[in-house]
Ligand binder design. Structure first.
Ligand SMILES: Nc1ncnc2c1ncn2[C@@H]1O[C@H](COP(=O)(O)OP(=O)(O)O)[C@@H](O)[C@H]1O
Ligand SMILES: [Mg+2]
Length: 510
């Protein structure tokens, strides 16, 4: 008998429909099992897992039959253990143990352990999305992954704990209950690890972080060791607004295919904060690999990518971020065509002013020879610096200030201002598909960032004096727009532009 079971393959951020065909017919002596259709090692081992799972579930593995399993379409590579479940159900159906009509128009996936229980698989969210587009009526997924699938409306999602449970469902003995679909949104993020109130002094840097968070910009902090650069970057998550539903689904999809969705968190609603180590590889940062996975720049999508001690990173690795920083996505080419992952992140970078860390310090002398300082700073290329909107110096906070008992503004108060500024951006850019000022292209810049005469002449003078590139010009306009939004002012004024320009002083010039 021939059984056909719907399943899916995850390629990049998308799922593609896969049909698991199982043909079982009586053989003379002893049975064999053949698996075809470009399977990888994990899929090839599926046969053994399925055999044990079926037996240990108290079901009958047709051991005297000749079983052929084909994963169609044959030209698409099949990866991972998620086909265990459709293969097991297919074998049971093809050997006459399950009613075939009940298996039509459904999609199932899940890894089987030898005792017949279902294990977690990655990428369930894009599979559910694909199922909805293809008009599939029901999805059967491991119980731990089912809430993720249920984020997608219009498809019934059945959580499955064991193979035996699913068999009882199809045999009609004990029907499974689908999960209620839809999204549970939280209204408040959890308290931050570092609150802005704990940061003494550094008003300039805190203001810059607020501007970055409000408009989705990039920032570089330069200062001696112990100035609080790492501390301030780690305070960022506490002032970022929660993700809107559409954004949350985008981010969750990246984590789902990267297999990095935290347990018990079907939907990621907090903006990501990623702080990769400086030894990270090219593929680790921008994505790639044999089965392309999202890199850190995609895991930081709609959130923060924090590169601490930036000159320690391999400069070739840093350079590959340049294109994604412009495009807000990354394209990964491979043998079977290219893939894209989203990469719209806020870069926060930190560095010492020189290898010893004390160049320009009022109290401690720098011991680095000039040539060495220049070489150190050259590790961050001009084109990369040009893509960073805000460059600020972070001096050391004197002891008297550090030991003061007064507290700064708490993160919740700052976040409220940022939320208000983001709301203004959202309303202004409704219909453009853009979320924040940093996302604006030339058309939006013309429409939303027109300068009055006085601001225009300040800009002209600054362009000449500071030798600014066209890219820098656009980035300054966007930052000025965000500063005006924080103030709640409809048009960019001279003092907004002046503040934005001041963030562009070349702190890296020796
Ligand atoms: N402005 C500050 N306010 C409060 N604590 C600070 C400040 N600057 C530094 N510190 C303290 O010093 C520690 C080291 O700061 P850190 O952020 O690692 O400095 P950097 O990254 O600039 O070398 C912090 O964990 C914090 O305890
Ligand atoms: Mg540090």
């Amino acid at each position: 008998m021939l059984a056909k079971i719907g399943s899916a393959a995850v390629v990049g951020l998308e799922a593609q429909s896969i049909e698991v065909e199982v043909d079982a017919r009586r053989a003379g002596q002893g049975g064999i099992l053949i698996l075809v259709g470009l399977p990888d090692a994990a899929v090839r081992e599926s046969g053994e897992r399925v055999r044990a799972a079926i037996r240990n579930s108290g079901l009958n593995f047709p051991s005297n039959q000749h079983i052929t399993i084909n994963l169609a379409p044959a030209d698409l590579r099949k990866e991972g253990p998620a086909y265990d479940l459709p293969i097991a159900i297919g074998i049971l159906a093809a050997s006459g143990q399950l009613p075939l009509p009940k298996l039509e128009g459904v999609v199932m996936l899940g890894e089987l352990s030898l005792d017949g229980s279902l294990r977690h698989v990655r990428g369930v969210l894009p599979v559910a999305d694909m199922a909805r587009h293809n008009g599939v009526k029901a999805i059967f997924a491991p119980a731990c992954d089912a809430p993720e699938a249920a984020l997608i409306p219009d498809v019934l999602v059945y959580p499955v704990e064991t193979l035996a449970q699913l068999v009882a469902h199809f045999q009609g003995f004990q029907p499974l209950q689908p999960l209620p679909s839809g999204v549970q949104l939280v209204s408040q993020p959890p308290p931050p690890a570092v609150d802005f109130a704990e940061i003494q002094g550094q008003e300039h840097a805190k203001r810059a972080l607020e501007v970055v968070a409000a408009g989705g910009h990039n920032m570089l902090m330069i200062g001696p060791p112990g100035a609080g650069k790492t501390l301030m970057a780690r305070a960022m998550p506490g002032i970022l607004p929660l993700l809107a539903l559409e954004e949350a689904l985008e981010v969750t999809r990246v984590y789902s295919v990267a297999d990095m969705l935290p347990p018990d968190t079907p939907l990621i609603q907090q903006r990501p904060f990623r702080a990769p180590h400086h030894t990270i590889s090219n593929a680790g940062l921008v994505g790639g690999g044999h089965w392309p996975r999202p890199g850190e720049i995609s895991l930081a999508h709609r959130g923060v990518l924090f590169l601490d001690e930036m000159p320690e990173f391999n400069s070739k690795v840093l350079e590959v971020m340049r294109q994604p920083m412009e495009d807000k996505l990354v394209t990964i080419s491979r043998a079977q065509g290219s893939l894209t992952f989203p990469a719209n992140f806020m870069l926060i970078a930190a560095m010492n002013p020189c290898p010893c860390g004390y160049y320009g310090d009022p109290e401690r002398a720098c011991t680095c020879p000039t040539g060495i300082i220049q070489r150190y700073r050259k590790r961050i290329s001009g084109p990369l610096l040009d893509r960073i909107d805000i460059h600020i110096e972070v001096p050391r906070v004197p002891f008297e200030k550090l030991s003061r008992a007064t507290q700064g503004e708490p993160s919740t108060v700052i976040r409220a201002r940022i939320e208000a500024a983001r709301e203004r951006q959202r309303v202004r850019m409704q219909g453009t598909g853009l979320a924040c000022n940093a996302d604006m292209g030339p058309a939006e810049l013309r429409q939303f960032c027109a300068l009055r005469d006085d601001a225009q002449s300040l800009m002209r003078a600054a362009m000449r004096q500071m030798h600014l590139s066209a890219r820098a010009y656009h980035r300054i306009l966007k930052v000025a727009r965000t500063i005006a939004d924080l103030e709640g002012v409809p048009q960019i004024q001279v003092h907004h532009l002046a503040e934005a320009l001041q963030y562009r002083t070349r702190v890296l010039d020796v």
